[in-house]
Ligand binder design. Sequence first.
Ligand SMILES: [Zn+2]
Length: 160
Amino acid sequence: MGKLDGYKVDLKGLSSDTVSYHWQVDNDFFSAVQGPEIKRGLLDVALRVKQTSGAYELEFQMKGEVEVTCDRCLEPMSQPIEAQSTLKVVMGDDFADDGELVTIPEKDGTINVAWNIYEFAALQIPLRHVHPECEAVEDAPEEEKTDPRWDELKKILHKQ
Ligand SMILES: [Zn+2]
């Protein structure tokens, strides 16, 4: 995963109590992260790491846009992203991540924030995303659609 090495933050070796980082994440980033929701995009990401007693506060700020699929026409559409998120990191024995508090092994002392950046961006995507021109199309009565995987499962269940 050499492509994402640049997102490693050395908490143990922080040069001062507050350190700032800046990245521009692009298509290469999204293809390296291999997240499910976002495959392409361009975001300006600023990170401020603050060391407090026994913990580190990672404050992310991101702005830009990512490509998602329009719910209506299934063509790519651009989704603007502007967000701020904070992550708390502490040192411990083993790695743990509950979404808000990350524990990193003390002997390592570093955290790679590539996935956190991805997750924060993905969280900003609204549940429903539709091109404005697709949104304008009169709501047609939708046929009842079933998930093909669910159909397969039902077939299996009925056989038993
Ligand atoms: Zn559309």
